[in-house]
Design a protein around this ligand. Structure first.
Ligand SMILES: O=C(O)C(=O)CO
Length: 320
């Protein structure tokens, strides 16, 4: 049996993927701690890397790995932390983990949408601070999702899963924007519009785009100024898609009503960060895909991509 050497960059990774690699002739080296130094110390001479880290995978690591290393399995859907140019240049094959996390991330988007619109965090603070205004009928009023317009920026698989879920909440109209109109949009009854129209007309703006040079800080001061004052902003993609100081200003000044964020800058967010001081923000620590089944499925898919890459077969979910 082949003994392909596979380096796994994170000791906390779900075991199922590693078992699959071992059962299929791989010699697995699992780092004891996830760090750039440990990766650099252990990557030389491996055939494949199971990249389960937020650390940047760059030319230095690829150089140390050596020219025999031709396969990378990235254990996330997003691969903005990997230097794709360097990977392509060296003829390395790369796979990621889309699809298997769509449901979990879409659930997170719905959770944040509802929580931010109904002021969940602020309500909890009121209880803690003994500021519960019992029987004040105008107290802690939120925004309705029934009869609202929801705008999705990026109608990929996760965006579509969000629309499917929110239909149950009697949304009046779904808008979406992106590079082009999609047949899936028509199937879901969502209307393709410009970004400006989406921002001006939506009561909920949900961002589900990958981080690229085009989307970096696309949600800036101008973006928020076009939204309704009553609108809720939700981000389940990457923190860097948002100009965070501009978002903080918009939330403080009442330019928008509230935000629900699973992603932010930096991650981990320091406990003294301004975002944590705002009552109208609901935060989750980038746990969109963090369910038991989803994380197992991601680990398995990464292992399958690596095995197929090593055998010279098409990966299940190739990036390049
Ligand atoms: O897989 C990814 O890219 C994620 O961010 C999951 O939450």
């Amino acid at each position: 049996m082949n003994r392909w050497k596979v380096l796994v960059t994170n000791p906390t990774i779900q075991q199922c993927g590693l078992n699959l690699l071992r059962e299929n002739g791989c010699q697995v080296t699992l780092l004891a701690i996830e760090s750039r130094e440990e990766i650099l110390k252990n990557v030389k001479g491996v055939d494949a890397i199971f990249w389960a880290s937020g650390i940047s995978l760059d030319a230095e690591i690829l150089d140390v790995a050596g020219p025999q290393m031709k396969v990378i399995g990235c254990n996330s859907a997003g691969y903005n932390h990997l230097d794709i140019q360097e990977i392509k240049k060296r003829g390395i094959r790369l796979g990621n983990t889309p699809n298997v996390l769509d449901d979990a991330v879409a659930d997170m988007a719905v959770l944040l949408t509802l929580a931010a619109s109904r002021r969940l965090h602020e309500g909890r603070l009121k209880i803690e601070r003994n500021e519960w205004e019992f029987y004040k009928w105008g107290w802690m009023l939120g925004q309705d999702i029934a009869n609202s317009t929801v705008g999705i920026i990026g109608l990929g698989n996760i965006g579509q899963a969000i629309v499917e879920r929110l239909k149950a909440f009697k949304v009046k109209q779904f808008l979406y924007t992106g590079h082009r109109e999609k047949p899936e949009g028509a199937k879901l009854g969502a209307k393709f519009v410009s970004l400006n129209t989406l921002l001006e007309e939506s009561d909920f703006v949900v961002v589900v785009v990958p981080l690229t040079s085009e989307t970096k800080e696309m949600c800036n001061q101008e973006f928020f100024s076009k939204m309704k004052k009553t609108a809720v902003f939700v981000n389940v993609s990457r923190g860097q898609v948002v100009d965070q100081p501009a978002l903080i200003d918009a939330l403080k000044n009442g330019t928008i009503f509230a935000a629900g964020l699973d992603v932010m800058t930096p991650e981990p967010l320091p406990p003294d960060n301004e975002l944590l001081k705002l009552p109208n923000v609901v935060l989750a620590p980038h746990v969109g895909s963090a369910t038991i089944n989803t994380r197992d499925a991601m680990s398995n898919l990464t292992a399958q991509n690596i095995l197929r890459g090593l055998r010279g077969e098409e990966m299940v979910t190739p990036v390049v």
